[in-house]
Design a protein around this ligand. Structure first.
Ligand code: SD4
Length: 324
């Protein structure tokens, strides 16, 4: 007897194959037992401390939404993390501009983009979600809203980030670097004791980007997506590739059709590779968590890693990659 889940998976694979998608049936799986909750997963080495903050919330029976916000705030406040929040590398004009979004188990979401001078964009994104009828605020409007909500305007450009920008300006050569210092955007996904999922994503974006550039991280469906029936996904790397393929929405939809989190992330990378001819120049990493607490990742180039925290403890895992 073929189960309904398997039937859906294989019928979907049949359709996908007809559309030239290679089947991904023979992959190694990061399958944990059903019902591995609570659990939190997040991108890169800075995911470790972020997960610990999230775990404090989850272990006490708190909500996944509170957990992912608490976790995302850790690298946002850390001046040593040059890709998120305070201390983030600026754009070409020397201005730190931040992108973030958050999504809960009820399909609510909030987002800020091109936000300046506010250390915790993830908390502003949550305020957008909870205190406005909108999903996304950008730039000066987002900053004004943040101030109205009690956030302080601060100088986010640290001496370290400014020095890196001055060094970059000597040549002003814009070439995205794969696995910059082996840490990048934080995307964090949690499943709480009640079995609810939430996610958050926050970044200073691509270093030395054009002024006004917005990446995938604040775009629901591109840098983050949560569907409480199925699972959640987040992304890191060159955001333009995730926006062009609506990557995280795709990962969640693949899980809906029976792909494991790792298989779904792999297929999202494969789709980028099939559609975007210059994909080898960039890094992209997807990380996914399903409703049962199974997780997995996939990326283009080796070097992307992620942190997992559950009742068994903390672990860092290197993602499998398409190349290398
Ligand atoms: C962006 N995905 O702005 C984010 C940041 C990042 O390599 O991960 N950059 O495209």
């Amino acid at each position: 007897m073929i189960s309904k889940r398997k039937f859906l998976k294989y019928s979907f694979l049949g359709t996908a194959t007809a559309l030239a998608a290679p089947p991904v049936t023979a992959m190694a799986r990061h399958h944990t037992k059903r019902g591995n909750k609570p659990i939190v997963v997040s991108t890169w080495n800075h995911g470790g401390p972020a997960n610990e903050a999230a775990w404090q919330v989850l272990a006490e029976g708190g909500r996944a939404l509170d957990a992912v916000e608490a976790g995302a705030r850790v690298p946002e406040a850390d001046p040593q993390v040059t890709s998120v929040g305070y201390g983030g590398l600026p754009d070409r004009d020397g201005v730190v501009t931040l992108d973030a979004c958050i999504m809960d188990e009820k399909q609510n979401c909030g987002s800020v983009a091109f936000l300046q001078g506010i250390k915790h964009p993830i908390s502003v994104a949550r305020k957008v979600m909870e205190e406005t009828p909108h999903v996304m605020l950008v730039g000066e409007g987002a900053q004004r809203f943040a101030v109205e909500q009690g956030f302080e305007i601060e100088n986010l450009l640290t001496p370290k980030a400014e020095a890196a920008w001055r060094e970059w300006k000597r040549e002003s050569h814009y070439q995205p670097v794969i696995n910059i210092e082996n840490h990048d955007t934080i995307g964090i996904l949690a499943l709480d004791q009640d079995g609810n999922l939430s996610g958050a994503c926050t970044t200073s974006g691509a270093a030395f980007k054009m002024h006004g550039r917005v990446g995938d991280s604040p775009i629901i469906g591109a840098g983050l997506y949560v569907d409480n029936e199925v699972g959640a996904a987040t992304a890191t790397g060159m955001g333009e590739l995730m926006i062009k393929t609506v990557g995280c929405h795709q990962v969640v939809e693949l899980m809906r059709h029976g792909y494991t989190p790792e298989e779904a992330c792999r297929e999202a990378v494969e789709r980028i590779a099939r559609k975007l001819g210059d994909y080898k120049k960039f890094q992209v990493g997807f990380l996914a968590l399903d409703k049962a607490g199974n997780y997995g990742a996939h990326c283009i180039h080796p070097g992307f890693n992620y942190a997992v925290r559950d009742s068994k403890g903390t672990q860092m895992t290197d993602s499998k990659s398409k190349l290398g």
